[in-house]
Design a protein around this ligand. Structure first.
Ligand SMILES: *Cc1c(COP(=O)(O)O)cnc(C)c1O
Length: 425
């Protein structure tokens, strides 16, 4: 048999380090062989062996409508015939920029890039260039992509591997990065260019901001003239129609986007007021560039997604996820384990424990729950029942608009059984 997950993974490991192009896809922390996906449709993916999984990975949040939405596929088909990249301005960049800025109050301009990593890296450079200051503050357990200055105390795959940061990142590169605990407003001074935060921390599983945290950051930044940067690569256009600003009523100076706004293609964006963005080349001294930035396929898909998703879609999704979280928590509890299933809008976390548990408020609390070993057997028991979660305890569940009530009920039933398996592991 050559068309098996094992055969593909063996081949992958020969030509790709660890067999994966992003470490979060690896099964190292849960054990076993990754399934190799050949297609996705709505809430489901199918592997090379023809097995179907109800998919809560959804490309780590890049896919809000579910996989291969027919209208997104249609605009891509149409766009691809007109050529895929030109090195000249295209209407698609304007349309995506208009769609974003028209939704988010205070977001006057955006610059498109090709990933969330690039978006945050560029926003930090812009903040430093615009303020003439060097230092930035980030929070323990937040993930902001893999640029050098931000690969310290990161969540997601970095946390999963138990790393404080990354080899190959020099002390100099992180020397101006200050790490603070999430949900505590740090006291700043006038050396700080920017405070960078995930408005909902969604890379240490899910840690919600406590009331007043984001507003406190806003006030403290204002006091010392630092810029507040929201990393909305996950929350943007998902948490609410206009993202975290709308959901929490706090306005940052700079926004970073990715995932949802590419409709499944590689895109990122950063933006803010016209005044701050005018520091960017070619208008100003902060250099930033990209051959494939604003790629016509990516902007076509992203614009279509934003057009298709209405505020009421997100309200309904949030309500569905709230019920799902409660039912999942009950199902796990009925089976001998306990679960905390914190919810923010349509974002949902899952922490498993052997004792009654409350949702964590920071990375230290999240780590205790993510590292307790229960996730491993739960994950595999779910996968055997045709439900795909991310292969790491630090990731959240992504419920797409394609997940039906029936799908979620199936997942709850599987979770009740999987929790029993994990409890006896
Ligand atoms: C995924 C993610 C990034 C990085 O985006 P990539 O497209 O993977 O480079 C940055 N910030 C947050 C909050 C993310 O979740």
């Amino acid at each position: 048999m050559t068309n098996t997950n094992q055969a593909w993974f063996d081949r992958a490991q020969r030509v790709i380090p660890g067999g994966v192009d992003s470490p979060v896809r690896s099964f190292r922390s849960v054990g076993g062989t990754p399934y190799t996906v050949v297609r996705g449709q709505g809430a489901y993916v199918e592997d090379v062996e023809g097995k179907r999984y109800l998919d809560f990975v959804q490309s780590y949040g890049a896919s809000l409508l579910g996989h291969a939405h027919p209208e997104v596929v249609a605009v891509l088909r149409e766009a691809v015939t007109r050529g895929t990249t030109f090195g000249a301005p295209t209407p698609g960049e304007v349309l995506l920029g208009e769609a974003m800025t028209s939704r988010v109050a205070g977001l006057e301009q955006v610059r498109l890039v090709s990933s969330g990593t690039e978006a945050v890296m560029s926003a930090v450079r812009l903040a430093r260039g615009a303020t003439g200051r060097d230092k930035i503050v980030k929070f323990d357990g937040c993930y902001h992509g893999h640029s050098d200055a931000l690969l310290v105390a990161g969540g997601s795959g970095v946390a999963q591997m138990g790393l404080p940061g990354s080899a190959g990142v020099t002390a100099g590169a992180v020397g101006d990065t200050i790490v603070a605990p999430y949900n505590e407003v740090p006291t700043l001074d006038e050396s700080i260019a920017a405070v960078l935060v995930e408005p909902v921390a969604a890379n240490m599983n899910l840690v919600a901001p406590t009331p007043g945290f984001l507003a406190g950051l806003r006030a403290e930044c204002d006091r010392v003239g630092a810029l507040l940067i929201f990393d909305e690569v996950i929350t943007g256009f998902r948490l609410a129609y206009a993202g975290a600003e709308q959901y929490f009523g706090v306005t940052p100076d700079l926004w970073c986007f990715g995932k949802v706004i590419g409709g499944g293609l590689p895109v990122g964006a950063f933006g803010g007021s016209r005044r701050i963005l005018s520091s960017l080349a070619p208008l100003g001294p902060v250099y930033q560039a990209g051959t494939l930035s604003g790629n016509p396929l990516a902007t076509a898909a992203g614009t279509k997604v934003l057009e298709l998703v209405s505020p009421s879609d997100l309200d309904e999704l949030s309500a569905r996820v709230a019920r799902f979280a409660e039912q999942l928590g009950d199902a796990v509890a009925s089976s001998g384990l306990y679960a905390a299933t914190p919810v923010q809008g349509p974002l949902m976390g899952l922490y498993l424990a052997r004792e009654p548990v409350v949702a964590p408020a920071n990375f230290d609390e999240a780590k205790v729950l993510c590292d307790n070993g229960l996730y491993r057997s739960f994950f595999h028991a779910m996968l055997e029942r045709g439900v795909a979660l991310a292969p790491g305890a630090y990731e959240i569940l992504f419920v797409s608009l394609a997940h039906s009530e029936r799908d979620l009920t199936r997942a709850v039933e599987a979770a009740a059984q999987a929790a029993r398996v994990a409890a006896s592991s």
